[in-house]
Design a protein around this ligand. Structure first.
Ligand code: TXE
Length: 485
């Protein structure tokens, strides 16, 4: 577990206390106890961080791809060596099970770093031959100083997903992790300089979204903003970036449907839906929080699912048998419980869960909510439409494929969908009709880092992953050479 301490910003390779001397509290979700104090940074701190990044840019962007890759690969090695410690830090700061932090989060941090170290080196540049009129070749140039703003649900997983391609394409970085989960970023920064990344190439500022995040977004020297978080914040970032015509990558919320057809394999579907609904306490933007099931299968699925969900073990994230840890904060716990309360008022039937939970022992004051399944809500219920981002899944039924698609596409979001059927033609047709950036057939969260990742509608703008990330962090320049030159 991480020790309680006072964090600093990382600017130009050094720990720097906040200029204003103010700090914010960081709590441990599983116990409700104070874990650390973090800088409540403002525009002066952001100014220093951006200046340090700008100073480092000529040197870092001037290094060869192979040199940059060596640093990023070394960092991946260090993450692998220290995975246990890092997972402990992440689990304490987020409330997620320790096993999950190790098997999912830290494995992915390492994979993100290794993947982009390789992908950038294998990224071809284009040439267009005009014969007698000459040759065009296309350069990919780094942007300069870029801002990375990340959320609390998968702190280091998502930060490394942005950091690795930003660095590999030669940019310098100012990152702002969520004020709710600042600790793993601090640990990564400490390792990054040891891995050979030069001081100033990566800078870290801690603080609130409204003060520190906004100052970063508004800084005139920032050339691009890569953001993962809530849709409301995403809109504010897009509005701030628009007058300066800088790039934004916005990975926002979701209200993802699972479409279960009458011929679905029930065992496979139940196992998949438990994972898709409740991994990380339902706090993953890809979680399927709406189950749409064919009316012929509804009863059988509901019964099996309620039994499986009721069997999940909720409690101390440090215990090896824990399936579900704590939610991120007391406020978020109240928000989730508020939706469950609303379900009761709207005539919903709670099939399992439905309450806050106070485990015995050290986690008595933690922010726990039982995994909850709800059916019989009206079609226009807010629970079917708004992102709850917790362990709450609703069930609706449909009579036809058309009705399933209408329900699936009836929300403002369009991030992910899962389709459960034994029929290939149904799977392909539905995948084509559903409004989502990502579709999994008979599965969930099968990730290939080369593929485009992101959503449509209110779920965001742009795609990350593979060449999409590399393109985002670069400017394209075409050069024409006359023939015979
Ligand atoms: O996110 P915020 P919050 C959804 C989920 C959740 C809701 C709100 O529904 O309940 O969003 O969560 C920084 N300028 N997701 O409030 O505020 C902030 O400090 C610049 C989905 O925690 O969007 C943090 O670092 N930055 C999501 C980051 O933005 C600002 C994951 C995200 O926080 C800022 C998390 C500003 N004005 C929540 N305001 C996903 N897509 O996975 C805030 N920030």
């Amino acid at each position: 577990m991480a020790e309680r301490r006072k964090l600093s910003n990382w600017i130009g390779g050094e720990r720097r206390p906040p200029v204003g001397g103010q700090y914010l509290d960081d709590f441990e979700p599983a116990t409700g106890e104070l874990l650390a104090r973090i800088p409540d940074s403002g525009s002066e701190d952001v100014e220093l961080a951006v200046a340090a990044a700008a100073k480092a840019f000529p040197e870092w962007s001037g290094r060869s791809l192979q040199e940059r890759a060596r640093c990023v690969e070394r960092l991946a090695d260090m993450v692998a060596e220290r995975a246990e410690t890092l997972a402990g830090i992440e689990s304490a700061d987020t409330g997620k099970p320790l096993a999950l932090a190790k098997e999912i989060d830290m494995a992915r941090v390492e994979a993100n770093l290794r993947f982009f170290a390789g992908a950038a080196q294998h990224w071809p540049t284009e040439a267009h031959d005009m014969g007698a009129a000459g040759l065009n070749y296309t350069r990919r140039e780094p942007l300069g100083v870029v801002a990375l703003i990340t959320p609390w649900n998968l702190p280091l997983y998502l930060l490394s997903w942005k950091l690795a391609p930003a660095l590999m394409t030669g940019n310098c970085v100012v990152a702002k992790p969520s004020e709710l989960t600042p600790l793993s970023a601090d640990a990564l920064w400490e390792m990054a300089f040891e891995a050979g990344i030069p001081p100033g190439a990566i800078n870290l500022v801690h603080g609130s979204g409204a003060r520190c995040g906004q100052a970063l977004v508004d800084h005139p020297a920032i050339k691009a903003i890569s953001f993962t978080g809530g849709t409301r914040t995403g809109r504010m970032i897009a509005a701030a970036a628009a007058p300066r015509l800088i790039k934004t990558s916005l990975e926002l919320g979701g209200k993802n449907p699972a479409l279960v057809f009458a011929d679905a394999d029930l065992d496979q579907t139940v196992t998949g839906l438990v994972r898709a609904g409740f991994t990380n306490q339902g706090q993953v933007c890809l979680c399927c929080s709406r189950i749409l099931v064919h009316e012929n299968l509804k009863e059988a699925l509901t019964q099996r699912l309620a039994d499986a969900v009721a069997n999940l073990t909720v409690g101390d994230p440090n215990l090896p048998d824990t399936d579900q840890g704590a939610l991120i904060s007391a406020d978020h716990q109240q928000k989730v419980l508020g939706y469950i309360d609303l379900a009761g008022k709207e005539g919903g039937r709670i099939l399992c869960g439905g309450n806050a939970l106070d485990p015995d022992g050290r986690c008595r004051q933690g922010y726990f909510v039982e995994p909850t399944l709800i059916s019989d809500l009206p079609t226009d219920s807010r629970l079917h439409h708004e992102e709850i981002f917790g362990p709450v899944v609703t069930i609706q039924s449909f009579a036809s494929e058309d009705e399933a698609i209408t329900l699936a596409n009836s929300v403002d979001y369009g991030l992910a969908a899962t389709v459960w059927t034994r029929d290939l033609a149904t799977a392909q047709r539905v995948a084509g009709r559903v409004q989502a950036g990502l579709v999994w057939i008979n599965g969930w969260l099968v990730r290939d880092l080369r593929t485009p990742f992101g959503g449509m509608k209110d779920s965001g703008l742009g795609r990350e992953g593979g060449r999409w990330s590399l393109e985002f962090f670069t400017e394209t320049k075409n050069v024409h050479l006359p023939s015979g030159f």
